[in-house]
Design a protein around this ligand. Structure first.
Ligand code: GLC
Length: 745
């Protein structure tokens, strides 16, 4: 017995020595030490100057580390759809590297249109691997601002009009990115719902609207997704700039939600030193070197949290309390990213990423109309397909603003369909109209020459002539991320197609045997020409594999399963925004800023159209399949529930079509009797299910009080009132198939 004890003791001592000897350096350099211990150890070793240094940019896309301690600088990168090409140290223009052509993943609105959380996880993992491979620590995305107006120039970078959909879809993306040791920086926090005067516009809204519509997706990203970074937006909320907005950053984000990561300013979004220091901004990034506009060299010292901060600290205007909190957060991100325990190296432009881009893009394509089963295409051997429209050939990855990308290749719809029908049918292209012949952004160039000096009349005549003997005519138009379309810093002026595309569609409708219209856009486009088309498809900026993804759906290789993440109104005026003060806002005499009043409150998107009985062209959540689905036997697990309980709502879904397909079963909650005015229905659950032809499955939703609650202004908290609730189940907000009721005790 004695002998065994001695051996055991010796083994223990040896192990202890080994483990001790392995990391006898400082704790902060020990990758396996708890993050918080590493943070405190590093903080204690830093001088005040080093701490202040970490809180501001040192170049266009990097903020300082601590060279003396071997703590690396932090590399930030755009964007939500792919890793931006390397730019010059202090310029927007690209640096001309030859190894930074990335995979361009679909626009986030395309991801939202998949209504598929698995696709979102795949997206986050793939883009996170690309960021890691490019040695980036903070990915400046995803963007999740609510589509309050169809005119917003950045709807294409966001996830639609509903906070629940955006919240469910952002969480897997954040987790996927951060699995790679890269921080997702969710943006633009918050109520940044227009580009017009984005740095001078104050969003004015009540707390109920803020908490019910504009915060839930950010809360989900932080509380469920565990986001390590948040980007403050350019605009103001209730009179304070959002990059240092006390209520949004300190009270809600860091207070109520317990956010432990970093708040990064939008580039040049930090405007007031004292507020930045005291109201929760952690890293000030910039545009040009004085944070705002062109200035003397080495002006990074001029940043609001650079020399002015040091001066204030030395004069005793500030204690190091806020400074230490900022640096703790920055160190935490560094120990989770560049100095993380298990180094990994990601992957870049690999076949798996291209396949992911193609699968995600295809899964988000929305079949809006399909009269007489025009689609999928059924082209005879030796047949002819005529494509008409600039978006059949225009490369759409370049442009749009900071989400602009340089890719090794981009497959456009013409190429995608020609590949799909090689050896079977002739696929020809006619211009139809001339839109935007620009091909460059920040020196990233598509290499295309889209110039064409024919007149609109000539262009239409040529398209009509080619269409006459075609088996199918496919018009491929829409928007193109140029100014005043889907484009950062500019909004649209209306929701109709630009460049007189309607004339082309109408001319084609006169001669086409079968006319398919594909609208490629990132925002809702009104379609007064809808009855002229046999089939209508909502396509998106699908990234590198966009053309193949569209071809996959049109040919039937992929059964369309996308659903609209926003409503498509007949016309803009049908929507909830009726006055200038609502949009684009008003600037009173002597007022320093524009004021945008969210007078519509919670009545955004389908909440407005459904509650006010306003018909729309295509409703939120709408999308057809090549199959059909039957809903039956809706049930609720019990007739009533307690406030701390829940009920299970189930429904049977049968694929009554002739091919395998997916249905997005949507659950909306209605509160028919409430003490406040509430939307007639609100999305509180969805599930995308795949069913073989003839197969039936049961879908079950668990409904708890949070799905029944509204934000009560009286008590400044969430409230679910006792009484009857209805669970409306359907294929879109405008296609409720069945419902069940239950009571909240
Ligand atoms: C831009 C955008 C933001 C982007 C940043 C860096 O102004 O608003 O989304 O990440 O600056 O390019």
């Amino acid at each position: 017995m004695k002998k065994i004890t001695i051996i055991a003791a010796a083994a223990f001592i040896l192990a202890a020595c080994c483990s001790q000897s392995k990391y006898d350096g400082p704790v902060y350099l020990n990758p396996n030490a708890p993050v918080e211990e590493r943070v405190e150890d590093a903080l204690a070793r830093m001088t005040m100057e080093e701490k202040v240094g970490m809180t501001t940019a040192q170049s266009k896309f990097s903020s300082r580390g601590v060279p003396r301690l071997g703590i690396p600088e932090v590399w930030h990168t755009d964007g939500p759809h792919g890793i931006r090409p390397e730019v010059l140290w202090d310029e927007w223009d690209q640096a001309g590297w030859t190894n930074d052509s990335c995979t361009a993943f679909p626009a986030l609105v395309n991801l939202a249109a998949t209504w598929d959380k698995e696709m979102s996880l795949l997206y986050g993992r793939s883009i996170g691997e690309e960021a890691r491979y490019r040695k980036k620590d903070i990915l400046l995305g995803p963007g999740i601002n609510i589509c309050r107006t169809p005119l917003n120039g950045r709807n294409f970078e966001y996830m639609g009009e509903d906070p629940f959909l955006a919240g469910q879809m952002v969480v897997p993306y954040v987790k996927g990115v951060q699995e790679n040791g890269v921080a997702a920086c969710v943006k633009h926090y918050a109520v940044n719902n227009q580009e017009f005067q984005r740095t001078q516009s104050n969003s004015v809204l009540d707390d109920r609207t803020l908490y019910e519509i504009y915060l839930p997706a950010f809360k989900a990203a932080v509380v469920e997704g565990g986001a390590w970074a948040i980007m403050g937006s350019y605009n103001l909320y209730n009179g304070q700039f959002n990059c240092h907005n006390k209520k949004l950053l300190c009270d809600i984000l860091k207070g109520e939600w317990g956010f432990d990561g970093v708040v990064v300013s939008d580039w040049g979004g930090c405007r007031v030193s004292e507020e930045a220091i005291l109201n929760g901004l952690d890293i000030e990034m910039g545009t040009w070197t004085n944070g705002l506009r062109g200035a003397a060299s080495d002006s990074y010292r001029n940043y609001h949290m650079a020399d002015p901060y040091l001066k204030g600290l030395r004069e005793g205007k500030y204690t190091t309390k806020e400074l230490d909190d900022k640096v703790r957060r920055i160190l935490r991100v560094i120990f989770r990213t560049s100095m993380r325990p298990e180094p990994n190296y990601g992957r870049f432009v690999c076949p798996e990423h291209y396949q992911a881009a193609r699968d995600i893009a295809a899964a988000g394509v929305v079949l809006l109309k399909n009269e007489n089963n025009t689609l999928p295409l059924d082209v005879p051997q030796g047949g002819k397909i005529v494509l008409v429209g600039e978006n059949a050939v225009k490369k759409l990855v370049v442009g749009g603003g900071s989400s602009n990308l340089k890719t090794a290749y981009e497959v456009n719809p013409l190429e995608g369909l020609q590949a799909a029908y090689e050896g079977v049918a002739e696929v020809v292209w006619e211009r139809g109209y001339v839109g935007d012949v620009g091909t460059s952004y920040n020196l990233v160039d598509t290499g295309q020459d889209l110039s064409d000096d024919r007149s609109p009349k000539q262009l239409i005549a040529a398209a009509v002539a080619a269409a006459k003997d075609a088996d199918y005519v496919i018009f491929i138009g829409g928007l193109n991320k140029s100014k005043h379309q889907d484009n950062e810093s500019t909004d649209r002026f209306d929701t109709f197609l630009p460049y007189d595309q309607q004339d082309v569609i109408e001319a084609l409708a006169e001669v086409a045997e079968k006319l398919v219209v594909v609208n490629i856009s990132g925002s809702p486009v009104s379609m007064p020409w809808a009855d002229k088309a046999d089939a209508i498809v909502q396509g998106w900026y699908g990234g590198t594999e966009s053309g193949n993804a569209l071809a996959d759906v049109l040919t039937g290789k992929v059964n369309p399963s996308g659903r609209l993440p926003f409503s498509i109104p007949f016309k803009y005026e049908d929507g909830p925004i009726k006055t200038e003060r609502q949009y684009p806002g008003i600037k009173e005499e002597g007022d320093q800023f524009w004021q945008t009043y969210y007078d519509e409150g919670v009545y955004v998107g389908y909440r407005w159209y459904d509650s006010k009985g306003v018909p729309v062209q295509f409703p939120f959540g709408h999308g057809l399949s090549y199959s059909t689905f039957e809903y039956s036997d809706a049930k609720v697990s019990k007739a009533s529930m307690k406030a701390d309980g829940s009920v299970k709502v189930s429904v049977d879904i049968k694929n009554t079509g002739s091919c395998d397909g997916a249905e997005v079963v949507q659950l909306y909650i209605a509160d028919p009797v409430a003490s406040v005015d509430r939307p007639s229905k609100e999305l509180k659950g969805f599930e995308k299910i795949w069913l073989k032809a003839g197969e039936k499955k049961t879908v079950t939703f668990e409904v708890a009080a949070d799905a029944l609650s509204f934000y009560d202004m009286e008590t400044s908290g969430w409230k679910a009132e006792a009484g009857e609730f209805q669970a409306l189940i359907g294929s879109s907000s405008g296609d409720i198939r069945t419902s069940v009721s239950f009571e909240l005790k």
